[in-house]
Write a protein that binds this ligand. Structure first.
Ligand SMILES: [Zn+2]
Ligand SMILES: [Zn+2]
Length: 151
């Protein structure tokens, strides 16, 4: 569910589809960050939201109902949201080695998670968190080893 595979060929195909669509669109929107006014690029928007199709990206971009952030303002926003999560729970223990992890480090090593996904994982004690992929692998391995015993 939280795993996203990045496929360069797929991204490239989407870029080409977008180019073709934009070329044949007369009212293609120029967009600026609504916070700081910096000009935005639809291809950056696409590569940040690779799970959407080219047609969906185009539709979102052209939507009069939506406003967009540039990367810098988005990072700042994310930082503020992280701060809000930290206010609720700043640290957790790794479910494998019991070392303490703080939310900022956890966000960094799981930077493929969107902020709401990160929040859902972090604030749910039933979902395991790990300091790194080694702890995660060991935990999963021991879990599968012990399930053999349980049979
Ligand atoms: Zn901005
Ligand atoms: Zn650990």
């Amino acid at each position: 569910m939280f795993f996203r595979k990045l496929n360069n060929q797929e991204l490239w195909d989407k870029i080409n589809q977008l180019r073709t669509t934009i070329r044949t669109t007369e009212d293609f929107k120029k967009r600026v960050c609504w916070q700081c006014g910096k000009e935005l690029n639809i291809y950056d928007f696409l590569s940040d939201n690779i799970e959407y199709s080219a047609a969906q990206i185009f539709k979102l971009w052209q939507s009069p109902l939506l406003e967009f952030h540039c990367c810098d303002c988005f990072k700042l926003l994310k930082k503020n949201k992280l701060q809000a999560i930290a206010d609720q729970q700043k640290t957790r223990e790794c479910n494998y080695c019991n070392n303490e992890i703080d939310i900022y480090r956890y966000a960094k090593i799981n930077n493929y998670l969107k902020i709401h996904e990160l929040k859902a994982v972090w604030l749910n004690p039933k979902i395991e968190v790990f300091c790194n992929s080694i702890c995660r692998k060991r935990f999963n391995k021991e879990l599968s080893d012990s399930s053999i015993f349980l049979k």
